[in-house]
Design a protein around this ligand. Structure first.
Ligand code: ADP
Ligand code: MG
Length: 238
């Protein structure tokens, strides 16, 4: 089953084209990582998939359904950003529940899903706290919890760990890999961190100036880079 299919995606802002003819097929359960230097179009591509930006041209299919004109909330996706955007006045529990409440999900279902996300992310001690009373890593886990409770077909992550210190980033990376296994979810993950890409990805998509430079497993890209750009990008430590 194909989780995501992009065909000929173009995105322009005014007269400036920032994504050029992107084709990509992602199978269910894959962990796809978009890498590339700052400004190459990673976030824009993720936002186009999410529906936060309209594609200027091209086809977007999620789970076999064409979603170009489907609003973000109805695409079956959940997105986690670098800035967690938690509600400061709400507790951890309510931050995770809010989206489901707004969608009219029955209370017992909400309670069950929040409990499950809490267990998976080890958030039990923090449920009644507000974001200001949490560390950066704990806040990031709440943001991921908010995505999990929606049981999306597709998780989109935009540099979710880049505000964390190195040790915490490593821990959270391990947790994310574990989460991916347990949920058997399809994930698309943006980073400019080579180590993150190499350790998390089932396949890496290398972007350069709004084009796909190369797609492959971490080992394929490492052993057989098709350009100096890919070799330099995945070879050099960050
Ligand atoms: P990345 O996430 O890889 O750093 P982005 O997707 O944020 O790159 O940006 C890709 C290009 O698109 C950049 O040149 C950026 O300036 C431009 N861009 C992104 N969003 C907008 C916008 N809303 N309006 C105009 N230009 C934009
Ligand atoms: Mg970005």
């Amino acid at each position: 089953m194909t989780a995501l299919r992009l065909e000929g995606i173009v995105k322009s802002f005014g007269k400036v084209e920032v994504l050029h003819d992107i084709d990509l097929e992602v199978a269910e359960g894959e962990f796809i990582v978009f890498v590339g230097p700052s400004g190459c179009g990673k976030s824009t591509l993720l936002r186009v998939i999410a529906g936060l930006e309209d594609a200027t041209a091209g086809i977007i299919e999620i789970a076999g359904e064409r979603v170009n004109h489907v609003p973000p909330a109805k695409r079956g996706i959940a997105m986690v950003f670098q800035s967690y955007a938690l509600y400061p006045h709400l507790t951890v529990r309510d931050n995770m529940a809010l989206g489901l409440r707004q969608a009219g999900t029955p209370k017992p279902v909400i309670a069950e899903r929040v409990a499950e996300a809490t267990r998976i992310l080890h958030l039990e001690p923090y449920l009644d706290r507000r974001p200001a009373e949490l560390s950066g890593g704990q806040r990031q886990r709440v943001a991921i919890g908010r995505a999990i409770v929606r049981q999306p077909k597709l998780f989109l992550f935009d540099e979710p760990l880049s505000n964390l210190d190195a040790a915490l980033r490593m821990n959270t990376r391990v947790e994310l890999a574990d989460l991916h296994r347990r949920l058997n979810a399809t994930m698309i993950y943006v980073t400019h961190d080579q180590i993150e890409a190499m350790t998390l990805a089932s396949r890496i998509v290398v972007l350069r100036d709004g084009r796909i430079e190369q797609i492959g497993t971490p080992m394929q890209l490492y052993n057989d880079p098709q350009s100096q750009f890919v070799a330099g990008f995945l070879g050099a430590p960050s």
